[in-house]
Design a protein around this ligand. Structure first.
Ligand SMILES: [Zn+2]
Length: 216
């Protein structure tokens, strides 16, 4: 405060700045010293250092909104309302199918970098992987159509109603084989998958299969 008063060109503004010293670390997008100037006109009215003090306590309220504070109150993940993976409708915890689009909340996610693919598929119906323009799921066909190593009807991934996940190769087999975590499965075989398994259609095309939180 004494320092503020000795700064003769504009002691009040300076004093005001002092009061705002705490906020700058709070938010990086507020260029600290400059943003206070809008507030400055208020200070002179108070006339002197006394008001400078009065502004002092104003700073603390900024603290709780600090982005550095624990961002969101730690909400129990299981209790969070989440959007339906299919339509985005909010799902109350424990919902097994979306009240809006009726899709089961349980689903699998298939992610690939070659070819680039990221899709979700509900439980029940098989997710058809191949280069067949009608048989395969459209997004899959779109991603695989130029991958000559992949058979037209290569394999299906299916999330069973009991939550288990299965990969089944075309019963007639495929030219280049189907792999789980780089290990070839028997011709026309059916194997159980785990969350995070990598399935290969031939040796070059691979996808990771995930089992997201049902309401995630
Ligand atoms: Zn929905």
């Amino acid at each position: 405060m004494d320092r503020a008063l000795t700064d003769d060109d504009d002691p009040l503004i300076d004093d005001d700045q002092e009061a705002y010293v705490p906020p700058p670390p709070v938010s990086t997008d507020i260029p600290a010293p400059r943003t206070e100037t809008p507030e400055a006109p208020e200070a002179p009215r108070g006339g002197g250092a006394a008001t400078g003090r009065a502004y002092g306590p104003a700073a603390p309220p900024y603290a709780p909104t600090s982005p550095y504070a624990p961002a969101a109150p730690p909400v129990d993940a299981a209790r969070r309302v989440r959007p339906c993976w299919q339509c985005g409708h909010p799902l109350p915890p424990g919902t097994s199918s979306c009240p809006e689009c009726l899709e089961p909340t349980r689903h699998l996610r298939l992610i690939g970098s070659r070819p680039r693919l990221d899709l979700r598929h509900g439980e029940g119906a098989p997710l058809r992987l191949g280069r067949h323009p009608v048989w395969a799921r459209p997004e899959v066909f779109g991603a695989l159509q130029c991958e000559r190593e992949v058979s037209r009807c290569h394999a299906v991934v299916q999330l069973a109603p009991d939550g288990t996940l299965w990969l089944t190769e075309n019963p007639r087999g495929t030219a280049n084989g189907t792999y789980v975590n780089h290990e070839r499965i028997p011709r026309g075989g059916r194997v159980r998958l785990e969350d995070g398994d990598v399935i290969g259609l031939g040796e070059k095309v691979a996808f990771t299969v995930l089992l997201p939180d049902p309401a995630g």
